[in-house]
Design a protein around this ligand. Structure first.
Ligand SMILES: [Zn+2]
Length: 406
C-alpha cells in the first residue's frame, strides 16, 4: 500500500479532510542508520531539516493519498547537510518512488492528456519525474559500456530552430546519449564523458557528411573509421535529380510549352519513387519522360543506378561506384557532375559505409521517434526533460510498473 515496503514502519493512516486525501504517517525502519539522500553513505545527524513533509503517493481508488514523515538532515562528509535517504521516494522528489515509476511507465505507453488527467499532475512535473527516473537508471548501469559501433546525428526540434546531437549504439540498437546543440563542443562533451580508453574502443562511427562530426571523431577516436550515412548520399542524388526536373520544367515553361511543362510537373513522383512501387500511371509517365526528355531520363537512370549500388554493398559495389562516378562526370548534367564531385570528396567515408553495412534504419527510427517526442514534450521546461523522455523510451531504460516482477 502507498508504495512503501518492509523498510518502512507505518505509524498511522488518517483521512485529512482539509486536503481530501488519505495520509499515511511513516518512518524508515532503523532510524539510527541514517544515510545521505544523495550518495547513500551513512552519516551523523545534522538537524531536523524543514520538519515533517508529504510525498504524493498513488491514488487509493479515487482518493488522493500522501506519505508523511520527518525529513531530518544528516551531515554527509561529501555533500554537507543533506536530507536523509528514504525508502519510499527518490532524493528531492515530491512524489513516492511508486508514483514516479508509474508516471515513467505511462510516459512511454500513453498520451500526454491521459497521464495528466489520470494522475492529476502538471505536464511539466511529468518531465521532471521522467528526468529523475532516467538519471537513476543510468547511474545503476553504465550506458556507455562496450560501445564499439556508434551512430552520430543531429535532430532539429522547435521547428528547426534548436538542435540535439544524438548518439546511438548500432549493436544494442539503443539511444546512448543526447544533448542540446549541434557543434564540436557538444560532441566533445560526449567523448569527454566516454573517457580516453572507451574512445579508443570505438571502431566505427556512422554519421552524415557534417564536417564538425568527422573533425571531432578523427581527433578523439584514434581507432575509428567514419562511415558516411548512405541515406544522406542517396538524398544528395535525389536532390540532383529534382534539380534537373525543375530546370527542364522551367525551360519548357519559358518556351511556352504549357502542356509539356504541366506533364513534367506531374512526373515528379514517377521519378522519385522506387520503380517497384510505381503505379501503372506513373510507369506510363516514366515511359513518356524517356521518350520526350532524354536528359531528364538519364538523370533518373543515374539516380536508380546509385540506389542499386547502395543495395548491393560490399566490394563489388566499389567497382560499380567507380563506373557511376565516371558516368556522372561525363553526363553533361551540371547537377550530377556536382554531386559526383561531392561524393568523390567524401569517398573514404562512403566506401566504409558500403563495406561495413551499418544500417541507417536505426538512426532513422530513432530520429522519427525523437521528433515525435519533441511534440509530446512540448511544455516541458527543460530540453533535458525531452532528452530524458527519449532515453527512457529508446535508451533501454523502459520502466516497469511498481511492485511487478519481470
Ligand atoms: Zn552524500
Amino acid at each position: 500500500m502507498l508504495g512503501v515496503d518492509d523498510r518502512v514502519v507505518i505509524e498511522r493512516v488518517e483521512f485529512d479532510e482539509e486536503v481530501d486525501a488519505v495520509v499515511a504517517h511513516v518512518r524508515p525502519r532503523g532510524l539510527n542508520k541514517r544515510r545521505c539522500g544523495r550518495c547513500g553513505r551513512r552519516a551523523p545527524g545534522y538537524d531536523q531539516g524543514e520538519g515533517r513533509r508529504r510525498w504524493r503517493a498513488l491514488d487509493l481508488g479515487e482518493l488522493r493519498s500522501f506519505v508523511e514523515a520527518d525529513a531530518p538532515r544528516v551531515a554527509c562528509a561529501v555533500h554537507g547537510p543533506t536530507v536523509i535517504q528514504v525508502p519510499w521516494a527518490r532524493h528531492a522528489a515530491g512524489h513516492t518512488r511508486a508514483f514516479d515509476d508509474t508516471v515513467a511507465w505511462l510516459a512511454v505507453h500513453t498520451s500526454k492528456t491521459a497521464i495528466v488527467e489520470l494522475l492529476r499532475i502538471a505536464w511539466a512535473t511529468v518531465g521532471a519525474i521522467v528526468a529523475r527516473v532516467v538519471e537513476e537508471a543510468r547511474n545503476e548501469v553504465d550506458p556507455f559500456d562496450g560501445l564499439a559501433r556508434i551512430g552520430i546525428d543531429e535532430i532539429s526540434y522547435k521547428r528547426g530552430q534548436r538542435y540535439l546531437t544524438v548518439v546511438v549504439d548500432h549493436d544494442s540498437g539503443r539511444l546512448v546519449w543526447a544533448a542540446k546543440g549541434h557543434d564540436k563542443a557538444t560532441l566533445n562533451g560526449f567523448f569527454d564523458m566516454l573517457g580516453e580508453s572507451r574512445c579508443a574502443q570505438i571502431k566505427l562511427v556512422s554519421a552524415d557528411a557534417a564536417e564538425w562530426v568527422s573533425d571531432v571523431v578523427t581527433r578523439r577516436c584514434e581507432n575509428a573509421t567514419i562511415c558516411l550515412d548512405a541515406f544522406h548520399l542517396v538524398r544528395w542524388v535525389t536532390d540532383a535529380l529534382d534539380e534537373v526536373r525543375r530546370d527542364t520544367w522551367n525551360e519548357a515553361r519559358r518556351a511556352g510549352m504549357r502542356t509539356h511543362a504541366r506533364d513534367l510537373k506531374g512526373a515528379r513522383y514517377a521519378l522519385w519513387k522506387n520503380p517497384e512501387d510505381l503505379t501503372a500511371r506513373q510507369e506510363a509517365k516514366l515511359a513518356w519522360v524517356a521518350k520526350v526528355n532524354r536528359r531528364l531520363y538519364r538523370a533518373y537512370l543515374l539516380k536508380e543506378q546509385f540506389r542499386t549500388i547502395i543495395a548491393v554493398k560490399g566490394a563489388r559495389s566499389l567497382d560499380m561506384l567507380d563506373a557511376w562516378l565516371r558516368w556522372a562526370a561525363r553526363s553533361r548534367i551540371p547537377a550530377f557532375i556536382q554531386v559526383g564531385r561531392r561524393i568523390r570528396k567524401n569517398r573514404p567515408g562512403f566506401e566504409a559505409a558500403l563495406l561495413h553495412d551499418l544500417s541507417n534504419a536505426l538512426i532513422e527510427s530513432t530520429n522519427t521517434k525523437i521528433r515525435l517526442l519533441t511534440r509530446i514534450a512540448y511544455g516541458f521546461r527543460e530540453p533535458d526533460h525531452l532528452i530524458a523522455l527519449a532515453l527512457l523510451d529508446r535508451g533501454g531504460h523502459r520502466p516497469q510498473l511498481p511492485s511487478r516482477t519481470r
